[in-house]
Design a protein around this ligand. Structure first.
Ligand code: UD1
Ligand code: MG
Length: 449
């Protein structure tokens, strides 16, 4: 099996886009740009990985190792161009550099897809010496242009740096997406020959194509979507990447049988997992780590993160489901209900205005409007346990740690400090006083009767 070395370049410029975060660590749908690129590459069979990182960037290397634990790190201290970065990567590896295939990706173009990577490597297997990933768009400033000779062979890439295009070559309208795959034994002798003789005074990896063509090596174009080549140098471009990626997620969800009434208004996380038959109303936001089972319904304006929602459960509208929440089968979480770090069993109902935090709630229990689990004493968090089929009346405060037994009733407006035994009634509120005729007398006294 061919050995593959995947090199990810992330040492150039390191623009911060006005945020404190290094450029490649800015998130798209809850995951860093770098992790997106690495995840697209990490399932390549028989591959090893090298990240070219700027010096003293522990956060970047830690993120790379989180996604691919065995990734090697090469440090480029003075970035002198993409060709220089690749050379540094190859020099950093003790294993032979002149065997197998080499694939070069950019840490700042996170939308590359696994299928495109597979196509590029496949192209090398089909007897091409070099594969260049490209999209067709005659006017696309900033991108390298693929140039061909009279025979229609791609024989050079011209960077968009003001250099003139040689008269014997034709601009094809194809643009370099930035990803390149090549046989190692073809790459290693050519790399040192790349100079910095250009307006940017950088050693461009793209000059490799002309050097390869001059030796009669074949460079084939592999088509990708333009979106795969998009990078971000400012916050507006970062938002554009987010928009493209969200759209991909929405399309994938719908292909998998998830009903989205207004797809453009729903925001997913890179790892959102919704089963077939889940229905999502307009204006719903999924943070990281959400799963929902078949037939679950998420009503409008709900915000959900780090939660498991079982089959047939209904959430919202206007629900907030926070990390560690597990919502049981056919449970019902209604408007203005917040659930955090709590397990709600099958059929639990909390239909209006409640806070459920650090709780365990048994099957078919009913949580009335305005119920609060008082889980925090100012220093520590405590648990509330509510048994199966218990009924907690509206506007009750359950001061944790506390247990409400199965089948027990808590009268509305109670402040519960002590455990309630199963099947009993707990009332913890001031007794009502009624003074007959008091109001009429009071009005008379004021002369307003
Ligand atoms: C590059 C391509 C261009 C292509 C475009 C697509 C080159 C010379 N040009 O241009 O043809 O159309 O991508 O996005 O390759 N890097 C290093 N060390 C360096 C220089 C760069 O690690 O010394 C890294 C950068 O961090 C970045 C990547 O390489 O992740 C690409 O470099 P960048 O400067 O963004 O190249 P582009 O101008 O986008
Ligand atoms: Mg770039």
């Amino acid at each position: 099996m061919t050995h593959i070395t995947i090199i990810i370049l992330a040492a150039g410029q390191g623009k911060r886009m006005g945020t404190q975060t290094p450029k490649v660590l800015n998130p798209i749908a809850g995951q860093s740009m770098l992790a997106h690129t690495l995840n697209a590459a990490k399932h390549t069979p028989n591959a090893k990985y090298i990240l070219v990182s700027p010096p003293n960037q522990k956060t970047i290397t830690a993120e790379a190792k989180r996604v691919i634990p065995h990734i090697a790190i090469a440090t480029q201290t003075n970035p002198k161009g993409t060709a220089h970065a690749v050379q540094i990567a190859l020099q950093s590896t003790p294993t032979p550099q002149n065997k197998g295939h080499i694939l070069i990706l950019y840490g700042d173009t996170p939308l590359i897809q696994q299928s495109t990577i597979a196509k590029m490597l496949q192209t090398l297997n089909e007897n091409a010496d070099c594969a260049i990933c490209a999209f067709h768009e005659p006017h696309a400033p900033g991108y390298g242009k693929l140039l061909e000779n009279a025979k229609g062979e791609t024989i050079a890439i011209a960077e968009d740096d003001g250099s003139p295009i040689p008269s014997h070559l034709r601009d094809t309208g194809w643009k370099n997406a930035g990803f390149l795959a090549i046989h190692a034994e073809k790459l290693t002798p050519l790399l040192p020959k790349i100079t910095s003789d250009n307006p940017q005074k950088e050693r461009y990896l793209t000059d490799l194509v002309a050097l390869a063509a001059a030796r009669g090596f074949s460079c084939r174009r592999v088509e990708c979507e333009k979106s795969e080549s998009l990078g971000a140098n400012n916050l507006a471009e970062l938002a554009q990447l987010e928009a493209v990626y969200q759209n991909r997620l929405r399309q994938k969800m719908m292909r998998n049988g998830v009903r989205l009434t207004a797809p453009d208004t729903v925001h997913f996380s890179f790892d959102t997992r919704l089963e077939k038959g889940v229905s999502v109303a307009p204006y719903v936001v999924f943070g990281r780590g959400v799963r929902a089972g078949q037939g679950a319904t998420i009503h409008a304006f709900s915000h959900i993160e780090g939660a498991e929602i079982a089959e047939g459960a209904e959430i919202g509208p206007f629900a907030r489901i926070r990390p560690g929440a597990s919502i049981g089968k056919e449970a019902r979480i209604g408007n203005f209900v917040e659930v955090k770090n709590s397990a709600l069993a099958k059929g639990v109902k909390a239909s209006h205005l409640a806070y459920i935090g650090d709780a365990e709630i048994g099957a078919e229990a009913n949580i009335g409007a305005g119920v609060i689990t008082c889980n925090y004493d100012g220093a520590e968090k405590h648990k509330t346990k509510i048994g199966d089929s218990a009924f907690v009346g509206s506007n009750s405060a359950l001061i944790a740690p506390v247990r409400i037994g199965a089948g027990a009733y808590v009268g509305s407006g109670s402040v519960i400090e002590e455990d309630v035994a199963p099947d009993s009634l707990a009332l913890a509120r001031a007794k009502q006083i009624v003074k007959t005729g008091w109001a009429a007398k009071w009005r008379k006294r004021r002369g307003s009767a």
